[in-house]
Write a protein that binds this ligand. Structure first.
Ligand SMILES: Cc1cc2nc3c(=O)[nH]c(=O)nc-3n(C[C@H](O)[C@H](O)[C@H](O)COP(=O)(O)OP(=O)(O)OC[C@H]3O[C@@H](n4cnc5c(N)ncnc54)[C@H](O)[C@@H]3O)c2cc1C
Length: 479
């Protein structure tokens, strides 16, 4: 009987530069490619609603790609271990290959699965397909892991070149008797309601969609990235985050593409800010791997005693983009309508909720988890803890972003506000980030009634800032 291997696909929905798939094809004559749907195994961080929208479409796309390569994507529902053992018995495959993930519950589960497979006489091999470098491969000089980004990043640029990427296979020889399987649509992954109806205007999940986004970035944005990446009203970033998260493109593919371009055109320094973002992504995974408690608990223990407030009305207004603070509302509406939010505005909306609103960072993190198409436990945890001031390498608590000043600096002409909060588009630019400061004649000229055309600010930014600082001081005293 020809040697057959199972390739267990998880968040690596691609044919190109897929180390597990590549190794299986090199070592075996046939491959059984399987996706097991069991979100409960990832609890308490099982996929949020927006992620389910993405994976639904991505699976349809991946199944079609596999079919074109002469194989069938075997989709099953149930326990991962049980499914793999059953498939091994059905197909005669004596090896299982997969690419590693780093979410704490998944690490634990995968270790257990590896052990159980071996005990059942099935070889198990895992690979790095999701990161530039493994979290345990990057150590401080004296040993131990990094907790600060700058030296971590410096180390990255000193380390040896990344290995070459793997080409997509020409064909995927499969077994003759195709095992029973479900269609992606039968998994019922699409969330209830249709708030996501606009997502497909902005996104094309799958490997081709990732390639298109990367090409657009390389053609139009990469050289502007250093200057435009903080400006939410222009297209100055790559928007590759959901594709990276679901492994429809590998960070190594992006890294090599950017580096090749840079060395060809001698633009090394100009592209470095972008490469550094990919290193931030690895850093977030490095932290999550070494500090697996941080999705639930603050890295800085001191913050376990912080007096957060539960404020239903404020939280709801924040989620709905109705706080009366234009830049916050614009960000939250962009998130709701497109499943994505610009990085600077993620920082501002998180700062507003945790500092002006004093709402626990976990409440915000959970909302992002449910509504972001790129929801990633590593990046989301780091982003929220950093902004709330309780993470490693955190923004100092006293640095409280002012959405008004940030708007004047990064959205001078109010382009971002005009797009997402059209009801205030007619206000002069001077007041677009703070309609409450506009004199009455200006408001009436713009036919604008504060509190009716657009909500009054739900909090006073300077009073709440002071209050947050006092709480922080009290926390420090009690330390
Ligand atoms: C409160 C908060 C929550 C966040 N939650 C997530 C999340 O759930 N998922 C997620 O992918 N990112 C998250 N980020 C990080 C960042 O906002 C997004 O990665 C970025 O906006 C994605 O857009 P892009 O692909 O155009 O990024 P680009 O600027 O084009 O960067 C390229 C890639 O680098 C990585 N990257 C960029 N910035 C960061 C960063 N600050 N931290 C880690 N990786 C980064 C991403 O993978 C991104 O796709 C969060 C940031 C904050 C402040």
């Amino acid at each position: 009987m020809p040697s057959t291997a199972i390739v267990w696909i998880r968040r690596d929905l691609r044919l190109k530069d897929n180390p597990a798939l590549n190794a299986a094809l090199n070592n075996h004559e046939k491959v059984v490619i399987v996706y097991v749907s069991n979100t409960q195994e990832e609890a308490p961080w099982e996929m949020g609603a927006a992620s389910r929208w993405w994976i639904h479409h991505s699976l349809i796309n991946f199944a079609e790609r596999i079919k074109k390569h002469g194989n069938t994507l075997i989709i099953r529902q149930g326990g991962s271990l049980k499914t793999l053992i059953e498939l091994s018995a059905e197909t005669g495959a004596k090896s299982v290959y997969w690419n590693r993930l780093y979410d704490p519950t998944i690490v634990k589960r995968d270790k257990f699965i590896k052990q159980q497979l071996v005990e059942n006489g099935i070889a198990a091999r895992s690979f790095n397909g999701a990161l530039l470098r493994e979290p345990w491969d990057v150590e401080k000089e004296g040993g131990g892991f990094y907790k600060v980004y700058t030296p971590f990043s410096r180390r990255y640029f000193q380390l040896t070149e990344l290995g070459p990427e793997h080409e997509a296979p020409d064909s995927l020889p499969g077994v003759e008797r195709i095992p029973q399987h479900l269609k992606p649509e039968q998994l019922n992954l699409l969330p209830i309601g249709n708030w996501y109806s606009e997502f497909s205007r902005y996104w094309e999940p799958g490997e081709e969609g990732a390639g298109i986004k990367l090409n657009q970035f390389m053609d139009d944005v990469v050289l502007r990235y250093a200057t435009d990446r903080d400006v939410p009203g222009v297209s100055g970033v790559s928007r590759l985050s959901p594709y990276l998260h679901f492994g429809e493109i590998s960070p190594r593919q992006i890294w090599h593409r950017v580096q090749q371009y840079a060395s060809f055109s001698q633009r090394e320094e100009e592209v470095k800010p972008y490469l550094k973002q990919l290193v931030w992504r690895d850093f977030a995974h490095h932290l999550l791997y070494h500090l697996p408690h941080t999705p639930q608990r603050p890295f800085r223990e001191l913050f376990a005693d912080f007096q957060w407030q539960h404020d239903d009305a404020l939280f709801r207004a924040w989620c709905q983009g109705k706080t009366g603070i234009p830049l916050i509302d614009a960000g939250m509406r962009e998130l709701w309508q497109t499943g994505w939010m610009h990085n600077r505005v993620r920082m501002l909306t998180a700062s507003f909720l945790t500092k002006n609103g004093l709402v626990h960072w976990l409440e915000g993190a959970k909302w992002f988890w449910d509504t972001l198409l790129d929801a990633s436990l590593a990046n989301n945890t780091m982003g929220w803890q950093w902004t709330a001031g309780c993470g490693v390498d955190a923004a100092p608590y006293f640095r409280i972003f002012s959405p008004v000043r940030q708007g004047d600096r990064f959205d001078q002409q109010g382009l971002y506000i005009k797009k997402w909060v059209p009801e205030i588009a007619n206000l002069p630019e001077k007041y677009i980030h703070q309609p409450w400061a506009a004199p009455a004649p200006i408001l009436s000229e713009a036919n604008f009634v504060l509190g009716k055309s657009y909500p009054l600010p739900i909090v006073d930014l300077s009073t709440t800032r002071k209050c947050a600082l006092e709480r922080y001081q009290a926390l420090k005293k009690g330390d």
